[in-house]
Write a protein that binds this ligand. Structure first.
Ligand code: PLP
Length: 405
C-alpha cells in the first residue's frame, strides 16, 4: 500500500480525530522507522515515549513470540507467570507494594482516581473525594482522566465533565493550598509535564506536596505514564526529588511496544481495592506482561537508564549552547531524554515537516513547541543530526525532499 491510498482510505473510514503525519510506516528496527518505499527515518518520537529501547528489540520480539505461542489471554480469573513476575519487579523497582494492571495510561490513572476516592471514603467517610490536579497537565482522554487534565483544549466540547477535580497552578504551592479543602482526598501530578510542553516540577514544590501529604492526610499520586521507567534518566522521575508517592501510574514504554498500564500503591492506599472493586478484561495480559519483563531486562542489562541520563544531559548542554547563539530559540526544557524546544517565531508544525523531509521524526506539541522523546539507545551522532537540522531550519533552510536511504 502507498501513502496516498492510505490517506484516501483513512478519509473514508476513520473518524477525523487524528491529524496524522504523512508517513506510512512499514517497519521499525532499532532507532529507525522505514516507510513503504524503504526510506529510513530517525525516530525521536518513539510512538509517544513508548519505544524506549528502539524498535523490534530481539529480546522483546522473542518474549512476545514465545508467549503468544503458549498463551495469549486468560483474563484475571487466573494466575499467569508473566504478570506475577512483572508485579514483583515493578514493586521492587518503585518501592510500591501493590499493583493493578491496565491497558493504557488513561486506564492506569482512572484506577488511581478510583483508588484515591475509595481509600478516602473508607478511612475518613463520605464527602472527601476531590482531587487537586494541575494546569497544563495531561492524564488521559476518558471522562474522568479528561476531568483531571488541566489543558482546556482537550476538555472543550465534552462537558459535563466528572465532578471533583480542581486545578492548581503547577510549581505553585500557594495555589495548591488554596485549593486544598476538607473535601480533598488526593493530589495528582506529573513530576514532569509531558504533553503540556515538558515542564519539570521544582524540587521545593515536590517537597511541599510531600509535606501537605503528611499534614493533611491526602494521597500523593504521581502520573509517570510518560516520564517513568528511565525516560528522565532515573528509573522513576520522583527519584530526582527524593519524594515518593502513595500511588504511581505507568504505561507507554512499560509494555515494550505492547499496550500495558500499571497503577501501583503503597501504605494504606494499597488496601483500598477489595475483590470486585476494580477490574479489566485485558489487564495483566500475559503477552504484554512478557514483553514488559523483556523490556525491563533490556533496560537493566544494557544499562539504558544511566545511558538516557548521560545522553540527555549531553544533548541538553548542546541545545542550550545552540539556544544561546540562535535567536530563533525561546527556551529549551528537559530532563533526561524528555526534551522540548520552544521556538520564537517559527511554527513547530513547519519544523516537524522540515525534519520529516530530512529523515528525522520530531513531535510538534504546541504551535511553537517541538518535543523529542528519543529511544534510550540513541547515539550522540544521531542527536547531533537533530541539532544541526534544527539550526538549518531556524536559518530558513528547505527540506531535502524525502527521508534518508
Ligand atoms: N498520563 C500522561 C502523563 C500522558 O502523557 C498520557 C499520554 O500521553 C496519558 C496519561 C494517557 O495515556 P494513554 O494515551 O495511554 O491513555
Amino acid at each position: 500500500m502507498k501513502l496516498k491510498e492510505a490517506q484516501a482510505l483513512e478519509k473514508k473510514h476513520f473518524f477525523a480525530n487524528y491529524a496524522r503525519v504523512p508517513l506510512l510506516v512499514e517497519r521499525g528496527r532499532g532507532n529507525y522507522l522505514y516507510d513503504e518505499n524503504g526510506r529510513k527515518y530517525l525516530d525521536l518520537v518513539t510512538g509517544l515515549a513508548v519505544n524506549s529501547i528502539g524498535h523490534a528489540h530481539p529480546k522483546v520480539v522473542k518474549a512476545v513470540r514465545e508467549q503468544c505461542g503458549r498463551l495469549a489471554h486468560v483474563s484475571n480469573f487466573y494466575y499467569t507467570e508473566p504478570m506475577i513476575r512483572l508485579a514483583g519487579r515493578l514493586t521492587r523497582l518503585s518501592g510500591m507494594e501493590k499493583v493493578f494492571f491496565a491497558n493504557s495510561g488513561a486506564e492506569a490513572n482512572e484506577a488511581a482516581i478510583k483508588l484515591a476516592r475509595k481509600h478516602s471514603r473508607e478511612k475518613y467517610g463520605a464527602g472527601r473525594h476531590e482531587i487537586i490536579c494541575f494546569e497544563r497537565s495531561f492524564h488521559g482522554r476518558t471522562i474522568a482522566t479528561l476531568s483531571a487534565t488541566g489543558t482546556r483544549t482537550y476538555r472543550k466540547g465534552f462537558s459535563p465533565l466528572a465532578a471533583g477535580f480542581r486545578h492548581a497552578a503547577f510549581n505553585d504551592l500557594a495555589s495548591v493550598e488554596k485549593n486544598l479543602t476538607k473535601k480533598t482526598c488526593a493530589i495528582m501530578v506529573e513530576p514532569v509535564q509531558g504533553e503540556g510542553g515538558v515542564y519539570a516540577a521544582e524540587s521545593e514544590f515536590m517537597k511541599g506536596l510531600d509535606a501537605l501529604r503528611l499534614e493533611r492526610g491526602v494521597l500523593l499520586v504521581f502520573d509517570e505514564v510518560q516520564c517513568g521507567l528511565g525516560r528522565t534518566g532515573r528509573w522513576f522521575a520522583f527519584e530526582h526529588y527524593g519524594v515518593a508517592p502513595d500511588v504511581l501510574t505507568l504505561a507507554k514504554s512499560l509494555g515494550g511496544g505492547l499496550p500495558l498500564g500499571a497503577m501501583l500503591a503503597r501504605g494504606g492506599a494499597g488496601g483500598a481495592f477489595t475483590p470486585g472493586a476494580h477490574a479489566s478484561t485485558f489487564g495483566a495480559n500475559p503477552v504484554a506482561c512478557a514483553a514488559a519483563n523483556a523490556f525491563l531486562d533490556v533496560l537493566k542489562e544494557e544499562r539504558l537508564v544511566e545511558r538516557a541520563r548521560r545522553t540527555g544531559a549531553g544533548v541538553m548542554k548542546k541545545l542550550e549552547t545552540l539556544g544561546a547563539r540562535t535567536p530563533g530559540i525561546a527556551e529549551v526544557r528537559g530532563l533526561g531524554l524528555m526534551i522540548a524546544v520552544e521556538l520564537k517565531k517559527r511554527s513547530a508544525k513547519d519544523a516537524a515537516a522540515f525534519f520529516l523531509e530530512n529523515g528525522v521524526l520530531v513531535n510538534a506539541i504546541r504551535e511553537n513547541i517541538i518535543r523529542i522523546l528519543p529511544p534510550f539507545t540513541v547515539e550522540e551522532g544521531e542527536l547531533d543530526r537533530f541539532l544541526s537540522l534544527l539550526e538549518d531550519f531556524l536559518k530558513g533552510a528547505k527540506g531535502r525532499g524525502g527521508g534518508g536511504k
